[in-house]
Design a protein around this ligand. Structure first.
Ligand code: ADP
Length: 506
């Protein structure tokens, strides 16, 4: 699980934002509900007091205290509600409810708050057990006698009960919403990013073999479509540049071929001239050697350009890789003997691949030549070939000088030589492995290198087995048909061809 992935980051930020929003919302709801129900309770207490005043106190003188007692006990019975009522005149209590429901406290147990100062106000009092009670006092001044104090009160327990329930709902609801949002967001992001995944996978493949493949374009009209179209145009431009470079390299080597042959011919003619001074003979010999070297470079460059450009006509046929490799090894044994290097191949039997025998021989020869070249006397070079799954794997290992770690990714580059002095001294031009790579790619194969400096090097070539080749070709045809479908998009160049991706790295 990649924590830095866009999917993770977007989901995280989205959930964090939602958490802040939910928290703010919950606090606002809690405070709002608390204020609302407290105000409602206060309002109902003041309404009760007003009702008592207008309905029962004002007609008290005319209707008598028996009527008053009767009406009050009917309207405000004891112990059936969460509220209490007390009506008093001076020290005389005209009416009071008994104990409140669910709270064994009588109105008389509460200190009277009724005086002129607190009239029309809501007060908070607390019982001994800490129970909060809201009281509302209304003072009624009569023309004669002491003023009448009407007290209505209620416990805040129902408010606390509602608020506790609300708090619990918010406390459990918020995490549930957050978890659901996180999961939902994660799934949605996966869905939204699927085209990006496809683009990434396809982009990884583009350029492994050649730049012929294009990214899939989903005509959704969104940013992703624009991105894939832009990337495709970029690949197209890259492809044109690469093709231009290849053409240049192919043309240059082709043009150099003829003058080089002429120079060589002329030098050979001059060499035949009698009475040449030894210094001249040496000079001409050296010039001939260099022209040979140049011819070799030009030929190698042409081979690579043709292989990479796909213009190389290869005679593809079923080839027994073991027979071909052991035969090449036999040819190289003299070279190994000269350097007192032990050259071995423990493989027997037959492993068939589809390929151009001459080119495949060139691969084996280049690998063995390098192994012998870069292995000091008394070292050993071992070759092995095995079928591994759908691949034929050919390995050439030596006990030679090895390759520095930082040079490893570059050994397949043209003209790269890890140790220029030593390589040039042994005739190396830095094109052998570039040719091997081009041939492998042309055979839908890979070549990889592993090495420990000072201990030895192993080069491994993997080629599809014969039966795999048929499957590969069928898949390639299907891929080309699919490509034609995609090519109907306006931005797609009709000349672009799709190729099956090469497995692995070079
Ligand atoms: P060259 O003609 O110089 O041998 P190659 O393309 O065949 O060119 O190889 C590129 C470079 O990789 C060589 O110059 C050498 O430094 C390194 N190299 C290749 N094979 C081996 C090997 N078996 N052992 C050590 N170094 C090697």
């Amino acid at each position: 699980m990649n924590r830095n992935s866009l999917r993770h980051r977007v989901t995280f930020f989205y959930v964090a934002l939602l958490a802040v929003a939910l928290l703010t919302f919950s606090v606002a709801v809690y405070l709002g509900v608390r204020a609302f129900i407290t105000r409602s309770l206060e309002h109902s207490l003041s309404m009760n007091a007003s009702t008592i005043l207008t309905d029962y106190i004002k007609p008290l003188d005319s209707k008598g205290s028996a009527w008053f007692q009767n009406e009050m006990s009917e309207s405000y019975p004891t112990g059936v509600s969460d509220t209490f009522v007390r009506v008093s005149r001076g020290q005389e209590v005209l009416y009071e409810t008994g104990e409140m429901r669910g709270l064994p406290i009588s109105a008389s147990a509460l200190a009277s708050a009724g005086d002129a100062d607190t009239s029309g106000e809501v007060n908070r009092t607390y019982t001994k057990s800490g129970q909060e009670i809201l009281t509302y006092t209304l003072l009624y001044r009569q023309p004669q006698g002491d003023p009448i104090v009407i007290e209505t009160g209620a416990t805040t327990e129902p408010i606390r009960h509602v608020l506790r329930s609300l708090f619990l709902i918010l406390l459990t609801g918020t995490p549930i919403i957050l978890i659901a949002a996180a999961l939902g967001g994660y799934v949605l992001m996966a869905h939204a990013l699927r085209p990006v995944e496809t683009l990434t996978e396809q982009a990884e493949r583009v350029g492994r073999e050649d730049l012929g493949e294009r990214l899939p374009v989903i005509p959704s009209g969104d940013e992703l479509e624009r991105l894939s179209l832009a990337l495709n145009r970029m690949i197209e431009r890259l492809e044109e540049t690469v093709a231009h470079n290849r053409r240049f390299s192919a043309d240059a080597s082709h043009e150099l071929r003829t003058p080089l042959t002429i120079i060589r011919g002329e030098l050979e003619v001059v060499m035949q001239t009698p009475m040449l001074s030894p210094a001249l003979i040496e000079g001409i010999g050296s010039a001939l050697e260099e022209s040979d070297r140049m011819s070799h470079i030009v030929e190698s460059l042409m081979t690579i350009s043709r292989l990479e450009g796909g213009s190389e006509q290869m005679a593809m046929m079923p080839v027994d890789l073991i027979a071909l490799a052991t035969e090449t090894l036999d040819h190289m044994s003299l070279l190994a003997e000269e350097k007192e290097i032990k050259l071995t191949c423990a493989t027997s039997g037959s492993i068939y691949v589809m390929g151009d025998a001459m080119r495949l021989k060139q691969v084996v020869a280049n690998l063995l030549d390098n192994a012998i070249k870069y292995t000091p006397a008394n070292g050993s070079v071992a070759m092995s070939i095995a079928a591994e799954g759908s691949l034929a794997a050919l390995e050439v290992s030596d006990t030679g000088i090895g390759i520095p770690v930082d040079a490893l990714p570059l050994v397949f580059e043209r003209f790269f030589r890890a140790d220029k002095t030593r390589s040039r001294g042994s005739g190396g031009i830095g094109l052998g492995l570039a040719i091997v790579k081009s041939i492998c790619i042309a055979h839908h194969g890979t070549v990889t290198v592993s090495s420990i400096e000072g201990h030895g090097t192993t080069l491994r070539v993997e080629l599809p087995l014969l039966h795999e080749w048929t499957a590969l070709k069928t898949a390639e045809q299907v891929s080309v048909v699919t490509t034609h479908h995609v090519e109907s998009l306006p931005e797609r160049k009709s000349s672009v061809k799709e190729r099956h991706p090469v497995i692995g790295t070079h």
